[in-house]
Design a protein around this ligand. Structure first.
Ligand code: BG6
Length: 504
């Protein structure tokens, strides 16, 4: 089946209504696409020492140096760190943005790699070459009619802040982050309207090193950077990130009041269904979801909710707070909620819920017939997308921005155009459900497809898992000439955007 058949035009023209000015587009992250990991003054960040943030539980490539009381980078010669060169977006962004523009993108999300601006994180002055790169990048997007949607930290804490300061458990990071935010907000004032603070901050417990720069410091074992990390440390880091998030909102209001500062969470977790109507499963699923609402409850409602205060009372995990922190949290809440949605999960009281970059993992859902291909096998649940939008809107009544949704396929480039009907189908199904969520009354700012161009997978660090409408010639072993090619889905998404979602 062809992904888009013009003869079906009439049939597929439904009355889907997306608002005027809807931000259609796609999203990537600096560490997964830019490459140039040590160019123009940039120093390593947390993802640079990982082959993938989840992959087989591999630990960060670091070794403790007792003489200097810090962690040192210790890359393994038998590993391929694909993100170091990634897809070379750093040098090829013009060509790539031109392709996005051909699809009609109204918005493009990427992150600023913090370590390009403050390479160690604690410098007095920013790195001009890094600032200049993003100036050029945002100018190019604007020239092509795309709004930049910019994440301040997408698993990209500068490594020196982690290795020498102990990461986000150290209060000093709040100040370093605030300085970084002031620097980029000033520099890109008037250019960037949509900011996001921490990508998927609610993954702090699942992937503490990548999501919250947490590490054993000093360690009990020089080979095991994550050995001593416990819940108390993670809550402490979260508190610092919440304060940093509130300060980012404050800085945004002061420097560029026209701009908006959003939060970003992995909210596939909210599509966690109880296995059945056993009240214990229902209550258990609700409590599980609350572990993820926790982050937006604090950042968007402005205070720590009772359920967490009670938990801290019992477990002794209450973080150290400074005078003024709570009032900052209360005053500076975020303007909108951005989130990723990939799939749903099923909760049961007698199983241990797991997770990866796609969200939670529980029991198989017998009502969902399709998954993404092996080995990933993420269940496909478009209705879950509508469900999440409604749950979030009901709870917060804030504008919602799905900034990640997509399917990873193992496409091989042979001859001719890559046909990817599974991607078209996934996109169509999810947009239909998004249209229903809009009809339900949810305020939706736009829709960004994850990985409109093939990039390095965050979870597994591989190229093989491709999300793009645009193919990139690079492979797991690091080979490939990096040339770009349109896949069949490219034309489909173009058509969707052209018709403002009427043609699905
Ligand atoms: C999200 C991340 O969790 O999932 C992205 O914000 C990531 O960085 C995306 O790429 C998809 O996950 P993966 O592991 O398939 O790349």
């Amino acid at each position: 089946m062809l992904p888009f058949n013009p003869s079906e035009k009439e049939e597929k023209m439904r009355n889907y209504k997306f608002p005027e000015g809807f931000l259609w587009g796609g999203a990537v992250a600096a560490n997964q696409c830019e490459g140039a990991w040590l160019e123009d003054g940039k120093l390593p960040n947390v993802t640079d020492v990982l082959v993938g943030i989840i992959k087989n539980g591999k630990k960060p490539a670091l070794k403790w140096d007792d003489s200097q009381n810090q962690w040192k980078m210790d890359l393994k010669s038998d590993e391929v760190y694909l993100s170091h060169e990634a897809i070379d977006f750093y040098h090829r962004y013009k060509e790539d943005l031109e392709l996005m523009s051909q699809m009609g993108f109204k918005a493009f999300r990427t992150s600023i790699s913090w370590a390009r601006i403050f390479p160690r994180g604690d410098e007095a002055e920013p790195n001009e070459a890094g600032l200049k790169f993003y100036d050029d990048l945002f100018d190019e997007m604007l020239r092509l009619g795309m709004q930049p949607v910019v994440t301040l930290s997408h698993y990209e804490t500068p490594l020196a802040l982690v290795c020498e300061y102990g990461g986000w458990t150290n209060r000093k990071l709040v100040g370093f982050f605030e300085k970084y935010v002031r620097t980029v907000l000033k520099r890109y004032r008037g250019k960037v309207k949509y900011w996001l603070t921490f990508n998927e901050i609610n993954n702090a417990f699942k992937i503490p090193f990548a999501a919250a720069g947490i590490i054993s410091f000093p360690p009990s074992d020089p080979e095991e950077p994550m050995k001593d990390v416990d819940d108390k440390m993670i809550y402490q880091a979260c508190h610092h990130m919440f304060v940093a998030n509130a300060l980012a909102v404050k800085v945004c209001r002061e420097i560029d009041p026209q701009a908006q500062m959003g939060v970003m969470c992995s909210f596939s977790h909210i599509a966690t269904y109880a296995k059945d109507c056993d009240p214990e499963n229902v209550v258990g699923a609700a409590l599980f979801k609350r572990k993820h609402y926790f982050y937006t409850d604090v950042m968007c409602r402005g205070h720590y909710p009772n359920y967490i205060l009670n938990e801290w009372e019992k477990t002794g995990c209450k973080p150290i707070m400074e005078a003024g922190d709570e009032s900052l949290l209360q005053t500076y809440t975020n303007d909108y909620i951005a989130f990723s949605y990939y799939r749903s999960s099923v909760y049961a009281k007698d199983i241990e819920m797991k997770s990866d970059t796609g969200g939670a993992i529980g029991l198989n859902n017998p009502f969902l017939k399709e998954t993404s291909p092996a080995p990933w096998k993420w269940p496909i649940d478009a209705a879950g997308f509508r469900y999440v939008c409604n749950e979030l809107y009901d709870r917060y009544e804030l504008p919602l921005f799905p900034v990640e949704n997509g399917i990873g396929l193992a496409e091989e480039k042979e001859t001719g155009k890559i046909e990817d009907p599974e991607r078209v189908k996934y996109l169509r199904m999810h947009l239909e459900e998004l249209a229903k969520a809009i009809e339900d009354g949810c305020e939706i700012m736009g829709y960004l497809w994850w990985g409109p161009i093939d990039i390095v997978s965050a979870g597994t660090g591989e190229m093989k898992k491709r999300y793009g409408f645009i193919y990139v010639d690079r492979f797991n072993d690091g080979t490939g000439d990096l040339h770009r090619e349109k896949k069949a889905s490219f034309d489909y998404y173009k058509k969707v955007i052209e018709t403002n979602g009427q043609m699905l």
